[in-house]
Design a protein around this ligand. Structure first.
Ligand code: MG
Length: 158
C-alpha cells in the first residue's frame, strides 16, 4: 500500500530568535517566531507524514499551548510522528521539500538538513530532497518577513 502526504508551514521572522531549519542552526540576523524551535521544514515534513496517515496535523498532536513543547527540538516532534507511522506499519519511501527564504542563502546548510531528516525518518539521505528558493522580493517571504517550507512524502506499508 502506498500513501502520499503534503505539508506546508510558515513562521514569522523576528530579531532575537534562532533560525533552525531541518535541525540546522542557520547564521542569520533574524529567526523564526514560534512556540517550539519553530523549525518550519521539520514541521512541514511532520504534517506531510500525518497527512499520509490521515492523522490531522501537528497542531492536533503537539498543541502550541502545551508547555512540554515550548522551545522544543522539532526533530524530536518529527520523531514522535514517525512512531505513529511505524505503529501503522508504514515507512517513508522518499521526501521532497522546498524552503522559501529570502536570506541568507541556504545552499551551505542543505546537506546537513538532509542528513538530520534522513536520520529521524530512518531512510537513506539519497531519499531526502531539500530545495531552497527565494520570494524574489515580492511576498512576505520576499520581504524577509517569513520563512515557509513545503514538503511531500511517499509512504509504503512494510
Ligand atoms: Mg510551524
Amino acid at each position: 500500500m502506498l500513501r502520499i502526504g503534503i505539508g506546508n508551514d510558515t513562521h514569522r521572522l523576528v530579531e532575537g530568535r534562532p533560525l533552525v531549519l531541518g535541525g540546522v542552526q542557520i547564521s542569520s540576523d533574524r529567526g523564526a517566531e514560534g512556540h517550539s524551535d519553530a523549525d518550519a521544514l521539520a514541521h512541514a515534513i511532520a504534517d506531510a507524514i500525518l497527512g499520509a496517515l490521515c492523522e490531522g496535523d501537528i497542531g492536533v498532536h503537539f498543541p502550541d499551548n502545551d508547555p512540554h513543547w515550548g522551545g522544543a527540538d522539532s526533530l524530536e516532534l518529527l520523531s514522535r510522528v514517525m512512531w505513529l507511522a511505524r505503529e501503522r506499519n508504514l515507512h517513508v519511501v522518499n521526501v521532497d521539500s522546498t524552503i522559501l527564504l529570502e536570506r541568507p542563502k541556504l545552499r551551505p546548510y542543505v546537506d546537513a538538513m538532509r542528513e538530520n531528516i534522513a536520520d529521524v525518518l530512518g531512510i537513506d539521505v539519497g531519499c531526502v530532497s531539500v530545495k531552497a528558493k527565494t520570494g524574489e522580493g515580492l511576498d512576505a517571504v520576499g520581504q524577509g518577513l517569513a520563512v515557509t517550507a513545503q514538503a511531500a512524502v511517499l509512504m509504503q506499508s512494510n
